[in-house]
Design a protein around this ligand. Structure first.
Ligand SMILES: C[S@@+](CC[C@H](N)C(=O)[O-])C[C@H]1O[C@@H](n2cnc3c(N)ncnc32)[C@H](O)[C@@H]1O
Length: 357
């Protein structure tokens, strides 16, 4: 496992690091409050991208992990998705946070070290920040430029906030950039990103979070609910084609980073609700029989064959409580919108759960 201190913070003197070109306090990061941002790079790319793509395309049912969506362009496209009329999850979750932010802060505890997994644009946390008043905010995201830009914007908006931004892959173990004495930990995991994991992997991830928070630690987590498949279908097949562009951008990324020769016109975006698995699946489906070269390896596609690029599991409240309980969490409270589309859960690490994984 990567040591926290191996993932060295880029201090002022590192501001011209060839690894990133930016660092806290550097003119690149810039802006008011930038001196309060410390950036920790765990380098989740690019060797991992190569290995995961080659392995995923070699499977009998081709599959790529959704974390690969999030290069710079992918993060921009995701932000565009969140503004689409059909994409209900973001605005619904934001509504729940606005309506119940103060109760959530009561549950999470004020003045904590607040860790956010998959922080993206750090927009949702802004609704809670004034109420939570964390001692330190630790956004974790795999998309480096987006993370840095978001941290900078947040520092400008909240001049008293101390930020430790970590570019890392939270699906694999890594040590958060925390000081040994910091104990009052809380976590925020919005966007129903937990739904992107198959249930066994979701349990594993939540178990690691529980282990890191320690007994009594709180996790505030957004979880999308099962609902009318027509609503789900519209949300993942928007009329402007932004979700399709987001999905296809994965092939653009592979072409650029792994010397691939995917022809974008030869694949189409498909998304549908798989009721048996209770998940929306996104696929890139080959329009023709073809061969594609990636990083010097050739992969054959039959017409109609797909690459499964994302699952988005939809849970009932009891199902999710059961999954969280398997991972060492007890449910404290759940908030929901009036149309019963989305939930935000406050989970507490069960008292005895303190082992390290
Ligand atoms: C669905 S978006 C959600 C963004 C934001 N939290 C929200 O709720 O709107 C997922 C975010 O998690 C990040 N992400 C996805 N997989 C990740 C991983 N394995 N490790 C770290 N960050 C990841 C992406 O870069 C992106 O910012």
């Amino acid at each position: 496992m990567t040591s926290i201190w191996a993932a060295r913070p880029l201090a002022d003197s590192d501001s011209t690091s060839p690894e990133t070109g930016v660092g806290p306090g550097s003119s690149d990061l810039g802006g008011r409050g930038a001196e309060r941002i410390r950036f920790y790079d765990y380098h989740p790319t690019p060797a991992d991208v190569r290995a995961e793509v080659l392995q995923g395309l070699a499977q009998p049912v081709k599959r790529l992990p959704p974390k690969l969506f999030y290069d710079r362009r992918g993060s921009q496209l995701f932000d565009a998705i969140t503004e689409l009329p059909e994409y209900y999850p973001t605005r619904t979750e934001i509504g729940i946070l606005r309506d119940h932010g103060s109760e959530m802060a009561d549950r999470l505890g004020r003045g904590s070290v607040l860790i956010e997994l998959g922080s993206g644009s750090s927009l949702k946390i802004q609704i809670l920040l004034s109420a939570l008043n964390p001692a330190v905010y630790v956004p974790v995201d795999i998309s480096k430029e987006h993370l840095l830009a978001s941290a900078r914007a947040l520092a400008e908006r909240f001049p008293d906030l101390s930020i430790r931004a970590a570019c890392a892959d939270y699906s694999t173990p890594f040590d958060l950039p925390l000081e040994p004495g910091w104990q009052n930990l809380a976590a925020f995991f919005p966007g129903s990103s937990i739904g992107n994991f198959d249930p066994d992997d979701a349990r594993r991830l939540l178990r690691r979070v529980a282990s890191r928070l320690g007994g009594g630690g709180r996790l505030l987590i957004g979880v999308d609910l099962r609902k009318d498949p027509a609503i789900l279908h519209a949300a993942y097949n928007d009329s402007q084609g932004v979700t399709a562009a987001f999905n296809l951008n994965l092939l653009v990324r592979i072409n650029r980073e792994l010397d691939g020769d995917f022809d974008l016109d030869a694949f189409e975006h498909q998304a549908y609700f798989n009721a048996r698995e209770s998940r929306v699946e996104m696929h890139l489906v080959s329009r023709v029989d073809q061969e594609v070269e990636v990083a010097g390896e050739v992969f054959g596609f039959r017409r109609g064959e797909s690459i499964h690029t994302e699952s988005s599991y939809k849970y009932g409240i009891a199902d999710f409580h059961s999954l969280a309980s398997d991972a060492g969490f007890a449910s404290e409270q759940v908030w929901m919108d009036q149309e019963q589309r989305f939930t935000v859960h406050c989970l507490r690490v069960a008292g005895t759960w303190s082992q390290r994984l």
